[in-house]
Ligand binder design. Structure first.
Ligand code: GDP
Length: 254
C-alpha cells in the first residue's frame, strides 16, 4: 500500500514536469522522491520532555511494549539516561514477570543508572507491580514511572490480555512500541495488531546501526500514523537519537 502511494504521488509530481537546461535530472528526481517520502512521514511529533513537565499530577507513566528481544529494556534505560540528565526522577516497574532473568537484567541497568525498581516475584501479576510502582512514585513525588513488559507475539491471546490489564490498571500517559528497524513488513503487521489490542501512542525503532536503512519507518508512519520518538543507534545508553525524517531520507536517497 505504501509503495503504491509513493508511486502515485511521484507520478503526480513528475508527469509533465519541465526540467530546465541547467537542471540535473538526477538531482530533480532525488528532490521529488525526498519530497514525496517526507510528506508521507509528516506526522505530528511528541515532545516527551514537555509532556512530562506539563503533566499536572505526577508521575508521567510510560509503558514499553513489543516483541521479545526488540530492545525494550535497553530503550527504557536509554530514555531514563536522557531524562536523568535533564534532572528528572525515574522509577521502574519490573512488569516482565514472565521471562526468566528479566528482573535481574532490569536491576542491573537500574544500578548503572541509579533508579529504583519496584518488583514482585516471577509469575506474579504485572499490572499489580505497575500499580505499586505508581504508588511509590506518587508518595515520593517522582516525575516518571517506566513500566517494562514481557515480550510477546501478537498472536498470544493470554499475554495480550495481560497487556490490556496493565493498560487498564496503570493508565499510561504514553505507550511506546519498541520494534527492530530491520524487521520490515512483519513489524508493520505486528505493530498494527498491538495497536488494536493495547493502543500505541508512539514508536522507538531500535538497531538502526545494524545495516538497516530504516525504510520500514515510512510504512509505519504512513499506515499507523503515530510518531517515531527515537531511533536506537547502538547498545550504549547514549545511543539514542531523536527521530527526524531527514535521518531516513538521507539514508535511503544518497
Ligand atoms: P527486550 O527483550 O525487548 O527487553 O530487549 P533488550 O533490551 O534486552 O535488547 C535485546 C538486545 O538488543 C540486547 O543485546 C541489546 O543490547 C540490543 N539492542 C537494543 N537496542 C539496540 C540498538 O539500538 N542497537 C543495537 N546494535 N543493539 C541494540
Amino acid at each position: 500500500t505504501t509503495a503504491e502511494e509513493i508511486t502515485r504521488e511521484l507520478k503526480e509530481r513528475l508527469v509533465g514536469k519541465k526540467i530546465g537546461g541547467k537542471q540535473n535530472i538526477d538531482d530533480v528526481l532525488k528532490e521529488e522522491i525526498k519530497g514525496t517520502l517526507a510528506s508521507m512521514m509528516d506526522i505530528k511529533g511528541i515532545d516527551l520532555l514537555k509532556e512530562i513537565k506539563e503533566k499536572k499530577e505526577k508521575p508521567f507513566k510510560i509503558l514499553f511494549l513489543g516483541p521479545n528481544g526488540a530492545g525494550k529494556t535497553t530503550t527504557m534505560s536509554k530514555i531514563t539516561h536522557l531524562l536523568k540528565e535533564k534532572g528528572m526522577g525515574v522509577i521502574w516497574s519490573a512488569s516482565d514477570t514472565f521471562r526468566a532473568a528479566s528482573i535481574e537484567q532490569l536491576e542491573k541497568h537500574a544500578e548503572n543508572l541509579g533508579v529504583r525498581v519496584v518488583k514482585h516475584n516471577y509469575g506474579s501479576d504485572p499490572a499489580a507491580v505497575a500499580f505499586d510502582a505508581i504508588k511509590a512514585a506518587q508518595s515520593k513525588n517522582i516525575d516518571v514511572v517506566m513500566i517494562d513488559s514481557a515480550g510477546r507475539q501478537e498472536t498470544d491471546k493470554n499475554l495480550m490480555q495481560e497487556l490490556q490489564k496493565i493498560v487498564r490498571v496503570a493508565q499510561p500517559d504514553l505507550k511506546i512500541y519498541i520494534g527492530e528497524a530491520f524487521t520490515g513488513q512483519a513489524l508493520l503487521h505486528q505493530a498494527q495488531e498491538y495497536d488494536k489490542m493495547a493502543g500505541i501512542d508512539a514508536f522507538v525503532l531500535t538497531k538502526i546501526d545494524c545495516d538497516a536503512k530504516g525504510g520500514t519507518i515510512i510504512s509505519l508512519l504512513y499506515r499507523i500514523k503515530k510518531p517515531v520518538l527515537f531511533v536506537g543507534t547502538g547498545q550504549e545508553y547514549k545511543d539514542l537519537k531523536k527521530f527526524e525524517p531527514e535521518f531516513i531520507l538521507d539514508r535511503i536517497i544518497a
